[in-house]
Design a protein around this ligand. Structure first.
Ligand SMILES: [Zn+2]
Length: 395
């Protein structure tokens, strides 16, 4: 006897209202697909008119600050040896980190006695699933082809940009990404006026009809000193930029040290240190990328120092013209270099990592001139040396 499984979507109250609303909008389409499939399969006219039993429950759960894949698997009853087994099977990278606030999926099939956890890669269209039944466990890697929907939001900056955009969209990370579009050109803390208008378009990514996360902010508009400043995201090989056109930064002597500028921490003379818990200046800018992404020389120069220390991890220092020095910290690996060696712009100095004082993979990039640190965002272009022709072609 075939009993069509009815998918039941249950959402935890932890999910933000926007995510919940969009997930609910997405549900009818999927439900009707399931219904039509079930109708085709139900071939026998003798099929009993029994009430369909809901055996599959899909839950999207918000990742908490203290959650790790390891701790969640433990919560779902995996023993230590089972966790090791499924990790190996899933090919999940060792340095995979969960992002608090993002969602993971729990699919429970009570009839089959099967529970599956699915974790979505933050930067790549990829997911890792772990399943268990009463007798078996397993893990697998899966490439995801997200369904992308664009949504727009607008409003006015009444409190802070982050606060107001987070409210308008329902996600704080989108607010930070929105600001990336302007930070190379404006010191927002200084130029943003109360009541400034903002609007943005952001991708929403769906997997199997379920909202997973927000994607790229494709359009950003902000009123700065009475003018509307517009930035559109331009995808480039290995990344992209919000640069308006290739001539915009012609007077800047440094290219970007990475192919995708996502700022996780600004140059600030004073800030609270996240690990050591004391007030400490942040004398560079942090670019968040995945481990292993290339880090480039930003201009012609000469290697003056490299090595490893407790705070910076693996680092490289390059001297450039006019007494500028560029610092690249927390690298996972350093290319084979010699002190005194000349480097061209765009050569790979090393790879993104999380060595030294670091909580998630990023590049700490600093620029010093005559012993004084400067804000790198005022000095670099919005694209790497290797992307320069591509930017020009799109103009
Ligand atoms: Zn830093």
């Amino acid at each position: 006897m075939f009993v069509p499984a009815r998918l039941v979507f249950k959402f935890l109250p932890l999910i933000s209202s926007t995510a919940l609303a969009s997930a609910l909008i997405a549900t009818p389409a999927l439900a009707s697909n399931v219904a039509s499939t079930a109708a085709k399969i139900k071939a026998s006219p003798k099929a009993p008119a029994a009430k369909p039993i809901s055996s599959v429950t899909v839950t999207q759960v918000k990742i908490g600050a203290a959650d790790s894949v390891f701790s969640l698997l433990k919560n779902y009853g995996y023993s230590d040896s089972q966790r090791n087994q499924v990790f190996i099977q899933s090919k999940m990278p060792r340095d995979f980190v969960l992002t608090p606030g993002e969602l993971y999926r729990v699919t429970q099939d009570t009839k089959a006695g099967r529970t599956e956890l699915k974790f979505f890669d933050r930067d790549h269209p990829q997911a890792y699933s772990f399943w268990r039944t009463k007798t078996e466990v397993g893990g697998r890697q899966e490439s995801i082809k997200y369904d992308v929907k664009l949504v727009s939001a607008s409003g006015h900056v009444r409190g802070s940009v982050v606060e107001n955009i987070s409210q308008a969209v329902g996600d704080e990370l989108v607010a930070y990404r929105f600001m990336d579009a302007f930070l190379l050109d404006y010191n927002l803390a200084r130029v943003l006026q109360k009541n400034a208008a903002f609007s943005l378009t952001v991708q929403k990514l769906y997997d199997q009809g379920q909202f997973v996360k927000f994607g790229e902010v494709t359009h950003a508009e902000l009123e700065i000193l009475g003018h509307s400043v517009v930035r559109d995201f331009r995808p480039l090989k290995h990344g992209g930029t919000y640069t308006a056109d290739s001539t915009e930064y012609k007077n800047r002597m440094f290219f970007a040290p990475v192919d995708y500028i996502k700022i996780s921490s600004l140059y600030q003379p004073h800030r609270f240190h996240p690990i050591k818990k004391f007030r400490r200046a942040h004398l560079g800018v942090d670019f968040e990328l995945t481990s292993g992404e290339p880090v480039y020389s930003v201009a012609p120069g000469e290697i003056i120092r490299f090595g490893r220390n407790r705070a910076a991890g693996n680092f490289i220092v390059v001297r450039h013209a006019n007494n500028y020095e560029a610092y690249y910290d927390h690298l996972s690996s350093v290319s084979s270099l010699k002190v005194g060696e000349k480097v061209e712009p765009g050569i790979v100095l090393g790879r993104i990592g999380c060595t030294g004082y670091c909580t998630r993979p990023h590049l700490h990039f600093a620029i010093k001139k005559m012993g004084e640190y400067l804000n790198p965002l005022n000095l670099i272009r919005g694209y790497s040396f290797n992307q320069r022709f591509e930017v020009a072609r799109q103009d």
